[in-house]
Write a protein that binds this ligand. Structure first.
Ligand SMILES: C[S@@+](CC[C@H](N)C(=O)[O-])C[C@H]1O[C@@H](n2cnc3c(N)ncnc32)[C@H](O)[C@@H]1O
Length: 325
């Protein structure tokens, strides 16, 4: 069987901005097939890397690809929001660099049996981790109310046709449950007005599939939980890099970085600062970095990638900050 392929995106930018030092402890929150992880382990002598993924199959692949690093690479199956448990188990009390490369890998997309893509027929599953206790996409598609489907497709898929698509799904499943990727794609395509279909750059089902995947895996919840905890574990000078592929993910990252860079967590509009919070992060990328034209030409997946990086500041004493600042 051929080895699955996944080309890591923005790899040289990641290496430059994470600036890995000898002996660094690195968390790769989404190790996938280990492409970024290999580069990070090779970036300096004696680097130790902890790689997480919720997908058993990805971890098997990463394990084989990182074997040459022996005990310098450790892998754990879990959602990245659960990372503190893995750090505790490793006996790591802090991190020097963290990478989260969000979304799905090409390996997941290319496996028809996983149901992420409509390019080949497969069961409507879309779960990244079979043991996460989540229901497959077929449950959502066949059981969710019209309102719920419209919200998911409109919000996560940002599809202006969300209402028409949700209505079409409801009508189709009343005839027979929708169990396969190709049937769902055909239902969505038929819901699009012919004029839109003719003008569309992507298949009309692309956004619906992305939206369902995000809902099935509760991707935004996991990202929000990860972002709210990770800064506690960064050593002074440590860098945190997040690559996102969706505007809602990028917004969560931007807001979390801004919050930590501002320090104050008092409600907006509060008359004066009562939290005496100190900034904990400095934002390294004022605007998100995107892939170069040559990277996009070589790897179309990089087209929508946005990279944001921040650095952990050394904590100054709380008293040094004037009230109201
Ligand atoms: C884009 S791929 C990462 C590819 C990797 N950087 C490489 O170079 O091979 C994203 C990976 O993150 C995993 N993943 C996505 N969300 C996750 C989460 N909340 N917790 C753990 N793993 C997650 C997916 O299963 C997938 O393997």
């Amino acid at each position: 069987m051929e080895s699955p392929v996944h080309v890591p995106v923005l790899a040289s930018e990641i290496l430059e901005l994470l600036a890995i030092k000898p002996g660094a402890r690195v968390l790769d929150a989404t190790v996938g097939l280990g492409g970024h992880a290999r580069a990070l382990l090779n970036a300096a002598p004696d680097v130790f890397l902890l790689g997480l993924d919720r997908d058993e199959r990805a971890l098997e692949e990463a394990g084989a690809r990182l074997e040459e690093f022996g005990g310098r690479a450790a892998l754990r199956r879990m959602r990245f929001s659960e990372f503190p448990a893995a750090l505790e188990e490793m006996g790591w009390d802090g991190l020097d660099a963290v990478l989260a490369d969000l979304g799905v890998s090409s390996m997941q997309l290319d496996d028809a049996g996983r149901g992420f893509s409509f390019l080949a027929d497969g069961p409507l599953d879309m779960r990244m981790g079979a043991s996460d206790g989540l229901a497959p996409a077929s449950r959502l598609v066949n059981k969710a109310s019209f309102e719920e489907l419209r919200r998911i497709i409109g919000e996560y898929g940002e599809d202006p046709m969300a209402g028409r698509i949700a209505r079409a799904i409801k009508a189709a499943r009343e005839k027979a449950p929708i169990e396969t990727t190709v049937r769902l794609a055909a239902v969505v395509e038929a819901a699009y007005p012919a004029k839109w279909r003719a003008l569309a750059r992507n298949h009309p089902a692309t956004r619906t599939f992305q939206a369902l995947r995000m809902a099935v895996n509760r991707e935004l919840d996991d990202l929000a939980a990860f972002l709210s905890n990770i800064v506690d574990y960064l050593r002074p000078g440590a860098r945190l890099a997040v690559i996102s592929f969706h505007s809602l993910e990028d917004r969560l990252v931007k807001q979390a970085f801004r919050r930590e860079a501002a320090g104050c967590v008092c409600p907006p509009g509060a008359a004066r600062c009562v939290c005496r919070g100190m900034p904990r992060l400095a934002i390294v990328t004022k605007k998100p970095l995107t892939a170069s034209a040559s990277e996009v030409a070589a790897n179309s997946r990089s087209r929508s990638a946005k990279l944001r990086v921040a650095e952990r500041l050394a904590q100054a004493p709380a008293a040094a900050r004037p009230e109201g600042a």
